[in-house]
Design a protein around this ligand. Structure first.
Ligand code: FAD
Ligand code: NAP
Length: 354
């Protein structure tokens, strides 16, 4: 089993962490210009799990560093109204995440715009390498890398990605003003995206592979009442069709799952909303995963099989996958990391005293 694994990252987007942040702690032996940072607790990910872990770890005086990743704020930045965050009847996802970031910063977390491209958990201190070139070492790490949108995996979907095929209605819905749109999926994301897209589209068709939705009933109610939305049950998308020059979507072909009959639905935008898969690439060959890549933690705990490595949020949760449960696990991870560091320090003092 390799000690660390490289993951593919987009082109370098971030300036070096050391150019942005001043007053950093340097590893003994480093020069002031080095790109090495040591922290007791490194938090990887800036969704509800990461920011909550940061608030708790900061208030425990652990001076954590949080690395935000490619999507600062996480999945909630790709949605609009969040209606089940306790204390807010309705809050915009991006606003909520900005408030969480501000809270983490206010209590002393150092927040760095970088992407971790490899992580070595084979020995302590653990070592994470940033896309910026910075090497982060830490005594404990909280993995909060969440989840990413799943794709259908058909060749035509890949071909038209960014040219009419999208997995983010809030990001791309605006491009389809007055046009027809197709959404595929039957969960909360698909229903919310279909509803949101009616703000722009002349018509939205929701295609689902079964004849019942798995989304919350309150959302289903809104969907069925919306005159701009049609549903096509028991169908799966087999092809996205479109023009070559310029590249653009003109429709999708959907196959009836029982009869095999093909229906062609014209549309300019095709939104894939079929769920999310855990972003566990950094640790997939170092930690046990299950149920399609979710990191396994000990019962009632965020501890993994490696002492000092904790996992929280959608990265580890294949059941609930909610902002509030992710935040709860972020809290648990920080409290468990605090206990781990205290034991480590107590052990070190005892050794020194001998
Ligand atoms: P995420 O929010 O997925 O954040 C993961 C973080 O990890 C990101 O900041 C990313 O940049 C970072 N990261 C990943 N890889 C790396 C790396 N290599 N290096 C550094 N950082 C990395 N839940 C609700 O409770 N209510 C809702 O209304 C709701 N609406 C939703 C709407 C949509 C469209 C979607 C997609 C989800 C919604 N959810 C909702 C689910 C909710 O967003 C998730 O459960 C929650 O965001 C998970 O939090 P997380 O912290 O585990 O991870
Ligand atoms: P999800 O709940 O896993 O639903 C995925 C949907 O896509 C299912 O209906 C599934 O069909 C369908 N699907 C999966 N693979 C498919 C394929 N290859 N082809 C066609 N259809 C496919 O995912 P989600 O809707 O993204 O939600 C993820 C999590 O975030 C959930 O826990 C959800 O509650 C949460 N979330 C919450 C809110 C909210 O609270 N308002 C909003 C968005 C998301 P089947 O039903 O047949 O399996």
């Amino acid at each position: 089993m390799p000690a660390s694994r490289q993951i593919a990252t987009p082109p370098t987007l971030f300036v070096r962490a050391t150019e942005v942040y001043i007053g950093q702690t340097l590893v003994p032996g480093d020069t002031a210009m080095s790109d090495k940072r040591h922290t007791k607790v490194l938090i990887i990910g800036s969704g509800p799990a990461g920011y909550t872990a940061a608030v708790y770890a900061s208030r425990a005086m652990l001076e954590p560093i949080l690395v935000q990743g490619i999507e600062p704020g996480g999945q909630l930045t790709t949605t609009t109204e969040v209606e089940n965050w306790p204390g807010d009847t309705e809050v915009q996802g991006p606003d909520l995440m900005m408030r969480m970031e501000a809270h983490a910063k206010a209590v002393g977390t150092e927040i760095i715009g970088d992407i971790i491209t490899s992580l070595d958990l084979s020995k302590r201190p653990f070592t994470a390498t940033g896309d910026s070139g910075t090497i982060y070492t830490c005594d404990a790490v909280i993995l909060a890398t969440g989840a990413r949108a799943k794709w259908l995996g058909i060749p035509s979907e890949e071909k038209f990605k960014g040219f009419g095929v999208s997995a983010c209605a809030t990001c791309d819905g605006f491009f389809y003003r007055g046009q027809e749109i197709v959404v595929v999926g039957g969960g909360n994301t698909a229903v919310e995206e279909a509803l949101f897209l009616t703000n722009f589209a002349s018509k939205v068709t929701l295609v689902h592979r079964r004849d019942t939705l798995r989304s919350e009933k309150i959302l289903q109610d809104r969907l069925f009442k919306n005159p701009k939305i049609e549903t096509l049950w028991d169908h799966e998308i087999v092809e996205v069709i479109g023009t070559e020059d310029p590249l653009g979507v003109e429709g999708v072909r959907a196959k009836h799952v029982k009869t095999g009959e093909i229906t062609e639905i014209p549309c300019k935008g095709f939104f894939v909303a079929i769920g999310h898969a855990p972003a566990s690439e950094l640790v997939a060959d170092q930690l046990e995963t299950h149920m399609g890549g979710y990191v396994v933690t000990k019962p009632d705990s965020t501890a993994t099989a490696i002492p000092g490595v904790f996992a929280a949020g959608d990265l580890t949760d294949h059941i609930y996958r909610q902002a509030v449960t992710s935040a709860g696990m972020g809290c648990m991870a920080a409290l468990e990391a605090e206990k781990f560091i205290a034991e480590l320090e107590a052990g070190a003092s005892a050794e020194a005293a001998e």
